[in-house]
Design a protein around this ligand. Structure first.
Ligand SMILES: Nc1nc2c(ncn2[C@@H]2O[C@H](COP(=O)(O)OP(=O)(O)O)[C@@H](O)[C@H]2O)c(=O)[nH]1
Ligand SMILES: [Mg+2]
Length: 337
């Protein structure tokens, strides 16, 4: 496959080229990988950037319904929107794609929108790389907004938060004054909490939930990359569309502020550096695991560590010594956690 030719198609806004390009970065075949890298290099030359929005929430909270309404709001204002789904569990569940396709029916037909479900057979580390690269392809293709949606289980939401410019957490109205079992870690990375289903009988409960979360957010340590008023909580109804416009205003205000204050660029730089280090780590591990003798040696050393005959650090130093001199460099700051 010709990576450079595919890149030209992507940058020209050809949707079929984009679909093939994403399939290429999803492939694990070595020759595909080489073509994918050439393609990504060529796409990077476009210099285009989209607003990357991460969206997370537990199953049933209304992510797909929200994306359908939110996506159409953006396209009605002339923006082009790409929606990517990250779902490491889709291999097991058979994919949430079928349900999503029906809930995003109108957006799926919108010529300004592009929806890409997550592939099955997903392993979290692989998901991170693939999603990063798919986001880059969508940017090169000229989308204004790239929405990365993930189901709020496991670590996928942290992963998505780490590759987004803005992270939105979708919650359901809670009964009474109970705060939902939202993990602290996820609260700490949320920029905007949207309490969905603020309509009909759930409207009052949604308002109370917004107040509860607004209170919880005020108790958190201030972050330098937030203007006054952020992070914030607000009600939305993905069914009636109420509050969706305000949610977008909040996202845009936050993005504009971060851009002007230099946080946007700093965050992207840090994300790019982390992605590079992640690739090096994965590449080293793959190289180690790809060598039969090394695999046996690693297994044997692992057994000795498990049996308490070697320390983890000592065994690791022995394993890495096989890579030749210079393994000290591997201990430099940032590369090995
Ligand atoms: N009343 C109400 N129901 C909603 C709203 N958003 C989603 N739902 C319903 O909640 C259910 C789950 O929605 P879905 O978008 O599939 O959730 P997801 O699993 O997070 O993608 C569906 O029955 C939706 O119709 C909303 O704003 N108000
Ligand atoms: Mg869904």
């Amino acid at each position: 496959m010709d990576g450079a030719a595919l890149a030209a198609g992507v940058m020209a806004g050809d949707r079929r080229a984009l679909a093939r390009a994403i399939t290429l970065v999803e492939s694990t075949r070595p020759d595909h990988r080489a073509a994918a890298l050439a393609m990504l290099d060529a796409c990077a030359a476009s210099g285009r950037q989209a607003l990357r929005i991460g969206l997370s929430g537990t199953p049933g909270v209304g992510k797909s319904t929200f994306v359908e309404a939110f996506g159409q709001l953006l396209t009605s204002r002339g923006m082009r929107v790409a929606v990517l789904a990250v779902d490491p569990s889709s291999a097991r569940s058979g994919g949430s794609i079928l349900g999503d396709k029906t809930r995003m029916e109108r957006l799926a037909r919108d010529p300004r929108a592009y929806i890409r479900p997550s592939p099955s057979r997903a392993e979290l580390g692989g998901v991170a790389r693939r999603t990063r690269e798919t986001v880059a392809l969508c940017e090169a293709a000229g989308f204004d907004v790239v929405l990365v949606e993930t189901v709020g289980v496991g670590q996928s939401e942290t992963l998505v938060a780490e590759m987004a410019d803005i992270f939105v957490l979708l919650l359901a109205p809670a009964g009474g004054d109970e705060l939902q079992g939202v993990k602290r870690g996820i609260m700490e990375v949320a920029d905007i909490i949207l309490v969905n289903k603020a309509d009909g009988e759930l409207r009052a409960a949604a308002q109370r939930t917004v107040a509860d979360y607004a209170g919880a957010l005020r108790l958190m340590r201030p972050r330098p990359e937030d203007p006054p008023g952020f992070p914030c909580a607000m009600p939305v109804s993905s069914v009636t569309g109420e509050g969706i416009g305000k949610a977008w205003e909040a996202m845009r205000a936050l993005a504009d502020w971060r851009r002007a204050a230099g946080h946007w660029a700093a965050r992207r730089s840090a994300q790019a550096r982390a992605a590079f280090e992640d690739e090096v780590r994965r590449g080293l591990m793959a190289r180690l695991a790809g060598d039969r003798a090394m695999r046996a040696r690693l297994a044997a050393l692992g057994d000795e560590v498990a049996a308490g005959r070697r320390t983890p650090a000592g065994a690791a130093a022995r394993a890495l010594a096989a890579l030749g001199p210079g393994e000290d460099a591997l201990d430099g700051p940032g590369l090995v956690p």
